[in-house]
Write a protein that binds this ligand. Structure first.
Ligand code: AMP
Length: 433
C-alpha cells in the first residue's frame, strides 16, 4: 500500500487539488499570512523565528507541568548519543521569551513587539480544527506592564481577524489577577470543593492541589454538573485592587477604540504564568469550546525561564481555525493566478527559441511555455487552462522576422509584435493593471 502522512497532519495543497478540505488550501493560507504580516508590521512588530524543537525543560517550565500539553501532548525528539531532552515546540510564547532573554533583545527600546508564524506540534486526538501539526501566528510584546500594551495586543488580534475578512467574532476578556489574588482564589476553590471530593473527576481531583483553577475548565460531565451546582464566585469577582485597576484601563482603551468585547469570567487559561489580562476570540463557525485564538499577560514567565523579571503580553491565533471560519462565512478564496504570458512553439525546432525567450522574460514577469510544439488551437487551450493573460506563439514566420504572435486572452485581440518590444510591452501592461 502507498505510504500515508502521519495521523493528525495534513498537506497544504495548491488550489483546485482533489485533496482539499476546509483548512488546507495553500492560497488561502498564504493570503491570511500576508494579511497578518501587514497588519502586525504596520504596528511595529518585528518578525522572529525560533527553532522547531526546544529543550523539554523550557516547555515544562514555560507551558506548565500540570497542563495537558505537557502531560499528554508532547512529541519528544531524540538524537543518537544524547541524553538531552528535546521536544517539538507546542506553542510559541516560551520559545520567544527564551530567545529574547538569550539574545539580549532587552537592549531594544521597550516595549519590543515581536511576531512569528509556523508549525506547532501537539499529540491531540484529531477532529475538525484540531490537528497534531498545525500553524499558529504569535504576537508577543516584551518589557512593559502598561495596560496599553494589553489593549493594543487585543485590538491587533481583532484587526487581524477583520482584515482576513471575518465578521462573526466574539471577544471575551477577563483577568486572572495578580499572584496573591490567584493564591487566595485557589484556596477558596479548594474549600468549595473539599466537601464534594468524591464527585470530582479523577483528573480534577489531581488538579485540586496544584492548579484548582483548571477544574473550572474541565470538559468532564461530572465536573461541569458539580460546578453548576456549587456555582463558586469567579476569579474576576475576586480581583485585588491593582489587577482591577489594570483591567479597567485595558477595557477603557478597548471601549474608546470601538472594539466589541464581553467580560467573561469563564476565561481560565490555566497556565501557571498567566496573570492579569486574559482573553479569547471565538467564532460561531468553528464550534463551541474551540477558540480562534487566545492571549494573556505573563509577567512571571521570564523568571520561570531563569531570566530577570520581564513583563510581557501576547496572543496566538490558529491559522487552520481561521480558514475554517472563513469557509463558514463563505469569504471568497483568492483567485487562481495564472502566468502573465504563455509561450508556445509551432514546430519542435523552435523550442529553444521559445524557451530562451521565456527564461529572459522571467526576470520581470511570470512566463510559462508548452513543452512540445503544438498547433495554435492546442496552445490556446493550454494557455486558458493555466489562466494566462497573454498567449505568445512562435512559428517559422515569427522566427524569421524576430517577432511573435501575441494574443490578449481577456480581450480576444491578437497582433504581431517585434520580440525586442515584448519586455517593455509586458512591463507597461503590469504597471497599468
Ligand atoms: P493555545 O496555544 O492552546 O492557546 O492555542 C491558541 C490557538 O491555536 C487556538 O485558539 C487554536 O486556534 C490553535 N490551536 C491550538 N491547538 C490546536 C490544534 N491541535 N489544532 C489546530 N489548532 C490549534
Amino acid at each position: 500500500m502507498a505510504l500515508k502522512r502521519p495521523k493528525g497532519t495534513f498537506d497544504l495543497l495548491p488550489p483546485g487539488s482533489p485533496g482539499l478540505e476546509k483548512h488546507n488550501a495553500m492560497n488561502r493560507h498564504q493570503l491570511v499570512l500576508e494579511q497578518v504580516r501587514e497588519t502586525l508590521e504596520r504596528a511595529g512588530a518585528k518578525f522572529i523565528q525560533t527553532p522547531l524543537f526546544e529543550a523539554l525543560e523550557l516547555v515544562k517550565r514555560g507551558v506548565g507541568e500540570t497542563t495537558d500539553v505537557v502531560q499528554k501532548e508532547m512529541y519528544s525528539v531524540s538524537h543518537r548519543g544524547s541524553d538531552e531532552g528535546f521536544v517539538l515546540r507546542p506553542e510559541g510564547t516560551a520559545p520567544i521569551v527564551r530567545a529574547y532573554l538569550e539574545n539580549g533583545l532587552k537592549q531594544f527600546p521597550a516595549p519590543l513587539k515581536l511576531w512569528t508564524y509556523g508549525p506547532m506540534f501537539r499529540a491531540e486526538r484529531q477532529q475538525e480544527g484540531r490537528y497534531r501539526q498545525f500553524h499558529q501566528v504569535d504576537y508577543e510584546v516584551l518589557g512593559s506592564d502598561d495596560p496599553l500594551t494589553d489593549a493594543e495586543a487585543i485590538v491587533l488580534m481583532w484587526q487581524v481577524l477583520e482584515r482576513v475578512g471575518l465578521k462573526n467574532l466574539e471577544m471575551k476578556v477577563s483577568s486572572l489577577g495578580d499572584p496573591p489574588d490567584r493564591e487566595a482564589y485557589s484556596t477558596y476553590l479548594r474549600e468549595v470543593f473539599a466537601p464534594h471530593l468524591e464527585r470530582l473527576s479523577p483528573l480534577s481531583l489531581s488538579r485540586l492541589e496544584r492548579n484548582p483553577l483548571r477544574i473550572l475548565d474541565s470538559k468532564e460531565a461530572q465536573d461541569i454538573a458539580l460546578i453548576a451546582q456549587l456555582s463558586p464566585k469567579s476569579l474576576l469577582e475576586s480581583l485585588g485592587e491593582s489587577a482591577k485597576v489594570h483591567l479597567d484601563r485595558v477595557c477603557a482603551y478597548l471601549t474608546a477604540w470601538g472594539v466589541t468585547y464581553a467580560l467573561d469570567p469563564g476565561i481560565v487559561r490555566g497556565l501557571d504564568y498567566y496573570r492579569r489580562t486574559a482573553w479569547e476570540v471565538h467564532h460561531t463557525g468553528v464550534g463551541a469550546k474551540a477558540a480562534l485564538g487566545g492571549g494573556g499577560r505573563y509577567d512571571g514567565l521570564a523568571e520561570l525561564l531563569g531570566g530577570p523579571p520581564t513583563p510581557g503580553v501576547g496572543w496566538a491565533l490558529g491559522v487552520e481555525r481561521i480558514l475554517i471560519a472563513l469557509e463558514a462565512e463563505a469569504v471568497p478564496a483568492p483567485a487562481l493566478v495564472g502566468p502573465l504570458l504563455y509561450l508556445g512553439a509551432l514546430e519542435e525546432g523552435l523550442l529553444e527559441n521559445v524557451t530562451g525567450l521565456a527564461l529572459e522574460l522571467r526576470r520581470s514577469a511570470s512566463c510559462e511555455f508548452g513543452y512540445r510544439a503544438k498547433k495554435p488551437g492546442k496552445h490556446l487551450e493550454d494557455a486558458v487552462k493555466k489562466g494566462a493573460v497573454f498567449l505568445g506563439l512562435i512559428g517559422p514566420d515569427e522566427a524569421d522576422t524576430g517577432t511573435l504572435s501575441l494574443k490578449n486572452l481577456e480581450r480576444g485581440e491578437g497582433w504581431v509584435l517585434p520580440r525586442a518590444e515584448l519586455p517593455e510591452y509586458l512591463r507597461n501592461y503590469l504597471s497599468s493593471h
